[in-house]
Design a protein around this ligand. Sequence first.
Ligand SMILES: NC(=O)C1=CN([C@@H]2O[C@H](COP(=O)(O)OP(=O)(O)OC[C@H]3O[C@@H](n4cnc5c(N)ncnc54)[C@H](OP(=O)(O)O)[C@@H]3O)[C@@H](O)[C@H]2O)C=CC1
Ligand SMILES: O=C1O[C@H](COP(=O)(O)O)[C@@H](O)[C@H](O)[C@H]1O
Length: 481
Amino acid sequence: MEDMTLVLFGATGDLAKRKLFPALYNLYLDGKLPAKLSIIGLGRKYISDEDFQSNVEKALRAYSRRSVQASNLPDFLSKFRYFTFDATIKESYEKLLELVESRENELGIPQNRLFYLSVAPSLVDVITTNLHASGLDQNEGWKRLIIEKPFGSNVKTARRLNDKLRKTFSEEEIYRIDHYLGKPMVQSLNTLILANPVLDSLLDQKLISNVQITASEVVGVETRADYYDKAGAIRDMVQNHLLQLVMMAALYLPENLAENKSRAKKTGIIESLRPIPKEEAHQHVVRGQYEAGEIHDVPVIGYTEEQGVGASSKNDTYFAARLAIDHPSWEGIPFYIRTGKRMDKKSTQIVVEFKHKMVDPDRLPGTSPNLLVLEISPNESISLRVNLKEPSDNQFKPVWIDFSTNSENQPEAYELLLFDAILGDSTFFAHWKEVELSWEWIEPLLEAYQEDLLPLHTYRAGSTGPEAADELLQKGQHKWW
Ligand SMILES: NC(=O)C1=CN([C@@H]2O[C@H](COP(=O)(O)OP(=O)(O)OC[C@H]3O[C@@H](n4cnc5c(N)ncnc54)[C@H](OP(=O)(O)O)[C@@H]3O)[C@@H](O)[C@H]2O)C=CC1
Ligand SMILES: O=C1O[C@H](COP(=O)(O)O)[C@@H](O)[C@H](O)[C@H]1O
């Protein structure tokens, strides 16, 4: 691992506090940070280095998955410096360069620089332009840029943003964060299948009936109405996280694809995703919005009553769709995806349902389809549902065989992703072609939204979503698991 500098734009923000500082600390505890590391945090308000380090410490105490150890904390904090910086002022970059270089010289660090843009998308252009103009990116070592979501709000704005980034960084130097790609279960899909030939043999195209990907949340819009009411579930969760999960599942589940995990293959999946023309969207897509309801016996308000949301908002807080992948490995196997806020439970999972037609219900009463469930979060597990006979009534009953690891102390997505970026491994970052193709696939659906071609269904907070989403699966004689 090479010694380096991490320049963190947005070091006084929420993401830095809740995710990035804890991720860095846990990497440190695991010995996964470079021996010599200079971290320079940036924000507009004046903060001394000591106060900044104390803010980092507070963030660790509040959010780190492992408790803070007094014995190593001073060494960890000594890597941090703070610089008062306004991204819109050109001179700030020249002074920043002086600080970066002075720390590099002081610590004997080569000019390897990782720039993390944990700031609003509106600042990305001005920052990358000035990184270049000031010479911060003209270093002798490597340079990398980590960029947060959202990556555009449609295909046009995403392309514009990418063109701007590409003026300063090459595609290989850009690390687009999709934190679902950092979840440990998602990262280990490939090796999981390869390490378990038994799973491999189950994941045979001839045996699979359909694949279901769910990302349900209990939380509502929280304090983010300003952003969320414009984005909706389709931009917030579907274009990025769900389509990435579709690519990962489609790529790694069948054995014939598992061997080659090249970028071209992942792009191949998203390229094969059959477009849904806007006129046909209502046959394949369900959009919904939560109404008042109850979650775990606590009453919660409806979406349009949330602070910052207009009473007439038509924004989607739920999205479900039936997808077809025109790829030889997935011919005739539908992928169902759904995501929603204020649902009955927090769960991200991939379910593979196996064909059941060959089982004779007269000879074997009570059987149900076999299922393979890969739970991604909040817990990590693999479960297989099989049919067992009840001796008492001669009926079969579904029984779960569960394999789960103790996931209490699993690394967080940001830890795995930051580590990869430090190493220069971009496998689990969203590459431009994937992002662009995802937006292209989403575009007709956005148009259908705009032209009101898709009804907005409502669902009670605390439920499993609109009834229309159940009907979507019933058309194919399937049901959500
Ligand atoms: N928070 C989260 O959970 C998640 C956030 N993201 C993304 O991460 C990014 C950051 O989000 P978050 O931390 O929540 O945002 P915050 O609003 O909490 O923080 C924004 C940061 O940007 C800094 N900033 C704002 N204007 C300027 C400026 N002109 N010059 C320099 N710094 C500036 C602020 O510093 P100061 O005010 O001190 O200048 C602050 O550190 C966004 O792109 C967001 O979409 C993605 C997923 C989850
Ligand atoms: O990116 C986002 O993800 C979270 C859900 O992430 P998870 O890791 O808790 O599953 C979602 O709440 C948020 O709206 C979205 O911006």
